[in-house]
Design a protein. Structure first.
Ligand code: PGA
Length: 248
């Protein structure tokens, strides 16, 4: 397991079939470094189209969520078997919008993480504190709970497919990025928790992404930090120019 530099765009409930075509047309000139893992999590209904384009650029495509159930009578859910069948590359699990609006807790997210990893699908597991939690100095406790709760029972082999995204909730979509020092402090702590829960080799090999108002203007400073291996980007990943600038 070795740490990878990653830039992943989370398109959330944005883009249309037309805007995705335009996006990739504009990306035409961009050359992606071979050592960079770059890609998107589009809306699930757009994943097939995005995948057709993305493979031409060597980009990866994943979904923004998945079901915690194997299969069966779960109307509206996004099946991991179908994600696997579509040959998608990863799933995002535990994004703060899922935690906040759909009341997803660490126990449920643990089931999702385990099921996805058992199917050899890569998981980007999102964690992060709210503003209130930061202000009451609970950041580290919250991160630890999300890590220990979300990763319980995952084997050494399976953990290879896991990437962490640290996304302070107060920095998502607000234009308020964490400073590179705040990001580094949290990432270092996260790596320490992984090291305790698994071991140092696993912790050192794991990619930890930062997310929350990442833009071309601040990505370089964030990624210059020792424990920041990449970025999970919402708003600034929606336009081809801006995404290409992030990847450069
Ligand atoms: P943002 O979103 O870059 O628009 O702040 C990040 C995310 O939600 O993953």
């Amino acid at each position: 397991m070795s740490r990878k530099t990653m830039i992943i765009g989370n398109w959330k409930m944005n883009q249309t079939l037309e805007s995705i075509k335009e996006f990739f047309m504009h990306l035409e000139e961009t050359e992606f470094k071979t050592e960079l893992v770059a890609g998107f999590a589009p809306q699930a209904l757009h994943a097939g189209l995005a995948q057709d384009y993305a493979t031409r650029f060597g980009l990866v495509i994943g979904t923004q969520d998945c079901s915690a159930h194997e299969d069966g009578a779960f109307t509206g859910e996004l099946s991991l078997n179908a994600i696997k069948e579509m040959d998608l590359d990863f799933v995002l699990v535990g994004h703060s919008e899922r935690r906040q609006y759909h009341k997803e807790d660490n126990e449920l997210l643990n089931t999702k993480n385990k099921l996805a990893l058992s199917k050899e699908l890569d998981v980007i597991y999102c964690i992060g504190e709210t503003l209130e939690e930061r202000e009451s100095e609970k950041t580290f406790d919250v991160l630890k709970d999300q890590l220990i709760g979300g990763l319980r029972g995952i084997s050494r082999e399976e953990i290879e497919g896991l990437t962490i995204a640290y996304e302070p909730v107060w920095a998502i979509g607000t234009g308020k990025t964490a400073t590179s020092e705040q990001a580094e402090e949290a990432h270092k702590y996260i790596r320490g928790v992984i090291s305790e829960a698994f071991d140092a080799e696993i912790a050192n090999g794991m990619s930890i992404l930062y997310g929350g108002s990442v833009k071309p203007a601040n990505v370089k400073e964030l990624l210059a930090k020792e424990n920041v291996d990449g970025a999970l980007v919402g708003g600034a990943s929606l336009k081809a120019d801006s995404f290409a600038a992030l990847c450069k």
